[in-house]
Design a protein around this ligand. Sequence first.
Ligand SMILES: C[C@H](O)CC(=O)C(=O)O
Ligand SMILES: [Mn+2]
Length: 341
Amino acid sequence: MSAPATAAKPAFRLTDSTLRDGSHAVAHQYTEQQAIDIVAGLDRAGVPVIEVSHGDGLGGSSFNYGFSGTDEMKLISRAVETAKQAKIACLLLPGIGVADDLKAVKDAGVQVARIATHCTEADIAEQHIGMAKELGMEAVGFLMMAHMTSPDELLRQALIMQESGADVVYCVDSAGALTTKTVTERIETLVGGLDVPVGLHAHENLSLSVANSLTALDHGALHIDACTGGAGAGAGNCPTEVFVAVCDRMGVATGVDTMTMVDVAEEVVRPAMNRPQMVDRAALILGYAGVYGSFMLHSERAAKRYGVSQAQILIELGKRGVVGGQEDMIIDVALELAANK
Ligand SMILES: C[C@H](O)CC(=O)C(=O)O
Ligand SMILES: [Mn+2]
């Protein structure tokens, strides 16, 4: 097998979110040892940024979002201790995480603060982006459920994040509902209208995460998110090892050693997963109906508990345009379906 092209300057910066978005796939039950092993592998492969926190960001451990198996601060500390070259990042959704969480992770050695809001609510990130900058962290704006708004409105929201001090702004396909066409429209509009670099965070629900990430690069994105073994909410995220392998084949420099990534996926991450990441019925419906990826396991539990169809719950949530933070609506919909049976 040919040697990976790690020497050339990378065409984009890769953020691996196995220990954050991938946490949805294991119902937030990562152990300290798993965090150490995953960070050690990714760091060895040359991944430049590794995100660690509860799947729903700092402070996510709760009845609403699911309790963490291990306190996220412990996972973060193990990650910081283990990484030799990679920066450690955290996600924060204002309201779930609070300003003190940012200070705590900065003190623990986290260098990148990713501040996430629904795609039309960037204004609620202003304070946290500003605080991340005051703390001397890199601040990344993260506009979730980006399929739900137009490219022009997404740019208007991204400009709010840029004005607040964001160093990078991401288009986040939380539902895995974007296609190569709708990614192109969004990334082109963001790249054309922002002074700061643009990123894409793709999900696999329509089997398009690799294609969408490549499309984003073609249209000027400089940051790409991925998860090893395709871990993550719904059908998972863009699989890191597959993405860097495809980049190698296309002559796109990643700075990451593909064969090390392939081993980390196979030997470290997949054994940590509770079940295979795949585009099964529920995941496909998430993408097709445009439903928030992290609703998958919640809707599966509600369907079992109330004896209704998970597919119907998801379709109904899609019709109602339910967004992250409205997890209680999953139960409401399940109860309504049960009452109408
Ligand atoms: C809190 C969400 O899981 C953030 C994310 O990764 C997404 O919206 O996608
Ligand atoms: Mn995600």
